[in-house]
Design a protein around this ligand. Structure first.
Ligand code: ATP
Ligand code: MG
Ligand code: MG
Length: 533
C-alpha cells in the first residue's frame, strides 16, 4: 500500500474530516509525558498523522505537560523516539507549558468578564455539589473579590483555591457544571521549574492551545463527547478561532491495562522490568515482543469508524503479525537442553561435514546457514518417547532413519546434561518415502556446532479480560508470567543481531532480544491462543 493510498483508506475507515480544505488541515497528537506511549496512543498518533498527510496538511506533536506531579523528561524523550520508530514524523513540536504565560492572562480575562470565579470548596463537597446541581458558596463573589484572590493564588499563596468556569450548575451534561480550570501545584515543572505555582487543567488548556497553534481538526476519543460543549465554550468566551472536533473510538485490548497510573504501579512494584517490558502494551514492549510496525499500521487502518470503544483481542493482532513475519523470518533449529535425547547413526558420516542451506525455502534473499551432519544427533524427548523400535522416522531435511533400539540412559551426557534416551538407528537415504514417517527436528551433537539459547515465553499480566473501575487491581495481577527454558540451537544463532525475528523449526517464531552467554529468544505469539500469549 502506498502512503497516499493508505491515508485515503484511513478516511474511508475512520470518516472524512468535516470542513477540511486540501493543504490547510492541521492536526495534533497531544500525549501527556506521564508514561511511555501505548497501543492506544499508537492509534491516536497514526490517525492524526494520516489525516494530515491525506489533506496535504501538518501534524503537530504537543506535550500536554500541565500536571507536574506525573510528568518528567525521560517520558518526553521516549515519546519522541517511539514516534520515530513508528514512522510518524510531526511537522512541529511544542509543549502546552510554552503557553503558561498566555493562559494566566486568559484565565484572568475570564474572571474579569464574570465567566470564572475562585472557589475554595473542599474537593469532596465540590464533587457532591456538582452531582446534585448545587451552586458553590463562592459562585456569587464579586469580580473584584475574585481578582484579588486570583492575584494571590497565582503567586502560590492561596493553595486552597481553584479557578472554576461559571457555566451552568443545572446543565444535564455534568461536565458543564462549573469545571475546574486552574489549580495550584508546588511540585517543580519539568520545563518551567518553580516559575509557576498554578497550572491550567486539560479542559482549559486544550481549546486555547489548539486554537492558537492553528489546529483545524482536534481528534478526540468519543469518551470526550460530553466535554465538547465545554471546549467550544472556552473558545467562544475568549473569542478564539473555532476548531472542528472529530471523534474516534478508543482502543482497548483484553487482559490489558492502558491507564498510565496503573502501568506506573506495575513498574514501581517490580511486577515488570520497566515501561519497556515485553509484557507491557507500550510501543517498546510490543515491539520487543516481536510485533512489526507494518502489522501495527495495517491493524490501526482496519480499526474502522465505529464510535464505540473497541475491545480487541491480542490474538487478532498476532495472527496478522504472523503473516507479516512468516515470509521474512529465517529458519533455524533448537532442541530442549533440559531433556535432550540422542540418536547414534550406525552408518552415519564418520567425519562430520557441513553444508550451506537457504535459511528460508521460499525467500532466497535471506541467505544461507550452515548445517552440520554427523553420526550423533540430538532430538527432543517428546519425539523420542513416540518412537517404537524398528520404526522408520525422518530427520527433517536430511532423510529417513530406521530405529533399531531405544535405551533409557543414566550415564551419558551432552554438555553436562544427561541424555534421557539413547537410540540406535541407520540411515536409509535412498528411501524417499516421507508420507507416513514422523518428522523429527535434530541437531548434530557436536559441542562447537551448537549455541546455547534461552527461550522465553510470556503470559498475560492481568488475569481478567475486561477490567472494571471497581475491580481489585492488585488481585488481578499475574505475578508468574515469564517462563524461560534452556535450549541447544544451531550455531548460527549466535551471529544474529538483537531484534532479528526468526523461526525455530516446529516451535514457532522468536525475536532475538539479547546476545549474551546464550542467545535470549522471546517467543512471538502467533494468535493461535486467545489473549496475549
Ligand atoms: P491516561 O488517562 O492513562 O493518562 P491518556 O489517554 O490521558 O491516558 P494522553 O497522553 O493524554 O493519555 O493521550 C494522548 C492522546 O492519545 C489523546 O489524544 C488520547 O485521546 C489518545 N489516546 C489515549 N489512549 C487511547 C486509546 N486507548 N485509544 C485511542 N486513543 C487514545
Ligand atoms: Mg490522562
Ligand atoms: Mg490525557
Amino acid at each position: 500500500m502506498a502512503a497516499a493510498n493508505n491515508a485515503q483508506l484511513y478516511a474511508q475507515f475512520h470518516g472524512a474530516l468535516k470542513g477540511a480544505e486540501q493543504g490547510a488541515v492541521v492536526t495534533r497528537f497531544p500525549p501527556e509525558p506521564s508514561g511511555y506511549l501505548h497501543i492506544g496512543h499508537i492509534k491516536a498518533a497514526m490517525l492524526n498523522f494520516h489525516y494530515a498527510k491525506m489533506y496535504g496538511g501538518r501534524m503537530l506533536l504537543r506535550f500536554d505537560d500541565t500536571n507536574p506531579s506525573k510528568e518528567n523528561d525521560d517520558f518526553v524523550q521516549n515519546i519522541i523516539q517511539d514516534l520515530e520508530k513508528l514512522e510518524i514524523y510531526p511537522d512541529a513540536v511544542s509543549h502546552t507549558s510554552d503557553y503558561f504565560e498566555l493562559m494566566q492572562v486568559k484565565i484572568r480575562e475570564l474572571i474579569a468578564s464574570g465567566h470564572a470565579y475562585m472557589d475554595n470548596t473542599d474537593v469532596e463537597v465540590m464533587r457532591k455539589e456538582r452531582f446534585d446541581g448545587v451552586e458553590s458558596k463562592c459562585r456569587n463573589q464579586t469580580v473584584e473579590e475574585n481578582l484579588a484572590i486570583f492575584d494571590e493564588f497565582v503567586l502560590g499563596h492561596r493553595p486552597e483555591y481553584c479557578v472554576r468556569a461559571k457555566i451552568d450548575m443545572q446543565c444535564p451534561n455534568k461536565c458543564m457544571r462549573d469545571p475546574v480550570f486552574y489549580r495550584q501545584n508546588d511540585i517543580p515543572h519539568l520545563k518551567t521549574g518553580s516559575k509557576y505555582k498554578v497550572y491550567p487543567t486539560y479542559d482549559f488548556a486544550c481549546p486555547i492551545v489548539d486554537s492558537i497553534e492553528g489546529v483545524t481538526h482536534t481528534l478526540r476519543t468519543s469518551e470526550y463527547n460530553d466535554r465538547n460543549p465545554m471546549f467550544n465554550w472556552v473558545i467562544g468566551k475568549l473569542n478564539l478561532r473555532p476548531v472542528h472536533i472529530h471523534d474516534f473510538s478508543k482502543l482497548n485490548l483484553v487482559n490489558t491495562v492502558l491507564s498510565k497510573r496503573k502501568l506506573q504501579k506495575l513498574v514501581d512494584t517490580g511486577v515488570v522490568e520497566g515501561w519497556f517490558d515485553p509484557r507491557f502494551p507500550t510501543v517498546q514492549g510490543i515491539l520487543r515482543r516481536g510485533l512489526q510496525i507494518k502489522t501495527l499500521k495495517e491493524f490501526m487502518l482496519k480499526q474502522g469508524h465505529s464510535k464505540n470503544t473497541v475491545f480487541m483481542d491480542w490474538s487478532d493482532l498476532w495472527a496478522d503479525n504472523k503473516k507479516v513475519i512468516d515470509p521474512i523470518a529465517p529458519r533455524y533449529t533448537a532442541i530442549s537442553a533440559e531433556t535432550p535425547c540422542l540418536i547414534n547413526l550406525i552408518n552415519g558420516p564418520a567425519e562430520p561435514y557441513e553444508e550451506e542451506h537457504p535459511v528460508h525455502d521460499k525467500n532466497a534473499e535471506l541467505g544461507t546457514k550452515r548445517v552440520t551432519y554427523s553420526n550423533k544427533v540430538l532430538i527432543e524427548l517428546e519425539d523420542a518417547k513416540e518412537i517404537n523400535p524398528n520404526e522408520k522416522i525422518t530427520l527433517m531435511k536430511w532423510g529417513n532413519v530406521v530405529i533399531d533400539s531405544i535405551q533409557e540412559n543414566q550415564t551419558e551426557t551432552f554438555r553436562g546434561v544427561p541424555l534421557k534416551y539413547i537410540l540406535e538407528g541407520h540411515l536409509v537415504l535412498d528411501d524417499k518415502d516421507f508420507k507416513k514417517t514422523k518428522k523429527l527436528t535434530w541437531l548434530s551433537a557436536i559441542d562447537d556446532k551448537i549455541a546455547p539459547a534461552s527461550l522465553v515465553e510470556f503470559d498475560v499480566l492481568i488475569t481478567k479480560a475486561k477490567l472494571e473501575e471497581d475491580d481489585d487491581f492488585d488481585a488481578l495481577i499475574n505475578r508468574n508470567s515469564r517462563f524461560e527454558t534452556k535450549a541447544f540451537a544451531s550455531f548460527d544463532i549466535k551471529n544474529l543481531r538483537p531484534d532479528a525475528v526468526i523461526q525455530l523449526e516446529r516451535r514457532g517464531f522468536y525475536r532475538v532480544d539479547a546476545q549474551r552467554d546464550s542467545s535470549v529468544l522471546f517467543f512471538i505469539p502467533d494468535g493461535r491462543t486467545k489473549s496475549m500469549s
